[in-house]
Design a protein around this ligand. Structure first.
Ligand SMILES: [Zn+2]
Length: 449
C-alpha cells in the first residue's frame, strides 16, 4: 500500500511545477505589505496588484531577510542570510561596501545554466552590478529613479520579444523616498493637507536634472515628524507612488502570457511612518520586515491565502521548485523552498532577519527578539507578536521564554558564522566598486553625498 501513497505525494508536489513557464520576479523596493488592498489597506493603492492576488497564492506573513536593500535582495538571490553572503548596502556606518563572493551561487546562474534567457531591469544603486546582481544575467539594465518608468517600458519590450523561456527580474525604487508622485496621485490621498511638505518634483529639483539627488535633502528639510498632519501626508504621498507603480505593473502583466508565466511579487523591506518614532527604513520592527509575497501562475492555486510565517531567504529554492529546476549542488540554501508550504505544510520553525553589525531579529513561536549588534546602540527587546503585533510593549528579559529565545538566536548566529567560514575564506570577499552611474543612483536615494 506504500507505493500508491508515494506516487500520490509526488504527483501532488508536481502539480505546482510549471516546466515550460517563464518567471517574472517583481521587487518593489520599500513596499510595506499593509499598504496594499490585498493586505487589507483601505486606500485604493493597488488595483492591479490586487487583481494579481486574486489569481495568486498570497503569503499573509512574509518576512524580509533584512531592512536594507542590498542585504535583503542578495539573500533572495542566494538563499543565505545577509551575514553569510556579506553584501552590504552603500549606506553603512562602517564604510564597508561588499559584493557577493564568487563561492556563493546566485539563483540566476542556475537558471541560465538550465537554459533560461535572463534579464534584469532595475533602479540600480544597491541592486547594481557592483554588488554582484548582474551575475548570471544575460542582460542587466538600470535607470535613475526619475526615469523609473523606463524600467517597465524595457521590461515590457523584453517580455513581448523574448520567445525562449526567460527569467526576468524587475525592480523599482519609485516608492522609496523622497515620495514625489505626479498628479493626480500627489494630492489624491490627503487633499486637504496645508502643511510645509513640498512634493512637487520640479520645485524640489529645479530645472537641472543633475541636481536630482538634492531632492532627498530638500524634501526632508520641510518635514516635521512631530506633526501628525505631516506624518499622515508622508504616508499619503508614499501611497500615491504605490498607485503609480501599480499602473506599470498592470501594463507589464498585460504584456506577459499568463498561461506560460509564473509571477512573483515582493519587496525587500517596508518603511516607517513614525510607528516607533522613526522614518525611512532603519530598524527591524514589523513595519520594516513584513513584506508582500504573491505567487501566481498556471499551476498555482488561485486566491489562496497562506498563513504560516515564511522568510524570503527561501525565495531562491522556491523559484527553482516552481520551474522544475534542480538546485546548484554548491548552493547552501538555509531556508527550504516555500512550495511545500503552498501545499499545506507548516512554515519554518524560526524566522531570522538581520542587518550585519547593526540589528537582528528572531521570530519563534509567536515571539520576536530584537538584538542590537556591535555597531548599533539599541536595547535588547522582546515582543509577544500574538498579543502585541505592533511591538508596543517590550515584555522584558524576565519573560518565561526570554532565555530560550536568546539561546535559539545564538544558535542561528553561530550556524551563520560557521556557514560563512566554510563558504568564504578570509579575504575572499571583494569590495563593491561603485562606478559613476551607480554613485549617481545612490545619491538620488540619499545613500551617498
Ligand atoms: Zn530597499
Amino acid at each position: 500500500m506504500l507505493v500508491p501513497l508515494i506516487l500520490l505525494s509526488c504527483s501532488s508536489r508536481d502539480e505546482l511545477v510549471c516546466r515550460d513557464c517563464s518567471l517574472i520576479l517583481i521587487s518593489i523596493d520599500t513596499l510595506r505589505a499593509d499598504h496594499l488592498g490585498c493586505y487589507g489597506y483601505d486606500r485604493p493603492t493597488s488595483p492591479n496588484i490586487d487583481a494579481l492576488a486574486e489569481r495568486a497564492v498570497r503569503f499573509a506573513n512574509a518576512t524580509s531577510p533584512s531592512f536594507r536593500t542590498a542585504e535583503s535582495h542578495m539573500s533572495m538571490f542566494t538563499g543565505v542570510y545577509p551575514s553569510v553572503h556579506g553584501v552590504m548596502t552603500a549606506l553603512d556606518r562602517s564604510g564597508r561596501k561588499t559584493r557577493v563572493p564568487d563561492a556563493i551561487p546566485v539563483v540566476t546562474e542556475t537558471l541560465r545554466r538550465a537554459g533560461f534567457t535572463t534579464a534584469a531591469f532595475t533602479g540600480g544603486g544597491n541592486v547594481g552590478p557592483a554588488f554582484g546582481f548582474n551575475r548570471g544575467m544575460d542582460t542587466y539594465d538600470s535607470v535613475d529613479e526619475p526615469s523609473w518608468r523606463k524600467t517597465f517600458e524595457r521590461a515590457r519590450a523584453f517580455v513581448r520579444t523574448t520567445s525562449e523561456r526567460y527569467f526576468l527580474f524587475i525592480h523599482t525604487y519609485h516608492v522609496h523616498d523622497p515620495y514625489l508622485p505626479d498628479p493626480p496621485w500627489r494630492d489624491a490621498f490627503d487633499p486637504g493637507y496645508a502643511g510645509n511638505i513640498e512634493a512637487d518634483r520640479a520645485a524640489l529639483v529645479g530645472s537641472q536634472g543633475a541636481d536630482y539627488w538634492l531632492a532627498h535633502d530638500r524634501f526632508w528639510a520641510r518635514v516635521d515628524g512631530r506633526l501628525a498632519a505631516d506624518v499622515r501626508h508622508l504616508a499619503a504621498l508614499y501611497d500615491g507612488e504605490i498607485r503609480e507603480v501599480d499602473d506599470e505593473i498592470g501594463s507589464l502583466l498585460a504584456a506577459s502570457q499568463p498561461a506560460r508565466t509564473v509571477v512573483v511579487l515582493t519587496s525587500d523591506h517596508g518603511e516607517q511612518f513614525g510607528e516607533h518614532g522613526g522614518f525611512l527604513h532603519d530598524h527591524i520592527y514589523e513595519e520594516l520586515t513584513h513584506v508582500p509575497l504573491l505567487i501566481a501562475g498556471p499551476t498555482i492555486p488561485r486566491g489562496r491565502t497562506i498563513e504560516p510565517r515564511v522568510s524570503l531567504v527561501g525565495l531562491a529554492p522556491t523559484l527553482l521548485d516552481l520551474l522544475g529546476i534542480q538546485s546548484d549542488p554548491a548552493a547552501a540554501y538555509q531556508v527550504a523552498s516555500l512550495v511545500p508550504v503552498v501545499r499545506g505544510a507548516a512554515g519554518p520553525d524560526a524566522i531570522f532577519s538581520e542587518r550585519p553589525d547593526e540589528l537582528a531579529a528572531l521570530i519563534w513561536d509567536g515571539k520576536k527578539l530584537i538584538v542590537p549588534l556591535a555597531g548599533r546602540p539599541a536595547p535588547l527587546q522582546l515582543f509577544d507578536l500574538a498579543s502585541d503585533p505592533s511591538e508596543k510593549h517590550d515584555v522584558g528579559q524576565r519573560a518565561p521564554y526570554a532565555a530560550a529565545m536568546r539561546a535559539r538566536f545564538a544558535e542561528i548566529a553561530l550556524s551563520n558564522r560557521a556557514l560563512r567560514e566554510r563558504l568564504v575564506p578570509p579575504g575572499a570577499q571583494q569590495p563593491a566598486v561603485l562606478d559613476d552611474a551607480t554613485q549617481q543612483q545612490l545619491r538620488g536615494l540619499g545613500y551617498l553625498r
